[in-house]
Design a protein around this ligand. Sequence first.
Ligand code: CA
Length: 214
Amino acid sequence: MILLLEDDPAIAQTVVYALQREGLTVQHHAWLREARAAWARQSPQAAVLDIGLPDGSGLDWLRELRQGGSAVPVLLLSARGEEFDRVLGLELGADDYLCKPFGVRELVARVRALLRRAVVPAGGLVVERLEARLNGQRLPLTRRELALLQALHAAQGRTLSREQLLDQAWGQDAESTDRTVDTHVKTLRAKLRDAGLGDDCIRTQRGLGYSLER
Ligand code: CA
């Protein structure tokens, strides 16, 4: 998911349309407070932030995000005529920037480049007893998904069979089958991907089971 924070409706509409046409999911907000609340619920894969917003500055928010440990790639948009200190933006942790007016194809190309860089190493993943975090952001996992991730994480890259995973993450639950493991791996993988990890961070070892890429 790409988060777009832009208060100009015409620009926002053009950008949303262009990114969606590329098959990307876009969440648009015109207010900083809305974007902040949305980010707390789910961290995007990349963000496009306008600087001048009705309720604050995209630059200040970027500073907060980086201080909070977020590594999500950010492209800044600056308005025409607005004094934009490129060095300050980059120092605050922006990955790229565009000055308005910009060509929508250029924006799409730059967002694509951000997404290529967005895959974070599994090393940024912290798995604890009660929660898992990626670059400081809590992952929205169910109890079972967390148990599954804990088992894979504890295996330190070794492959675990479906039986071993059932045993470790489900315990004595007679209702569960190999298929249950596959279903939960699928949802866990999707959540890790949404959080910015690569598609194959949980590897399917054909005929053997699963392993967590390190
Ligand atoms: Ca603006």
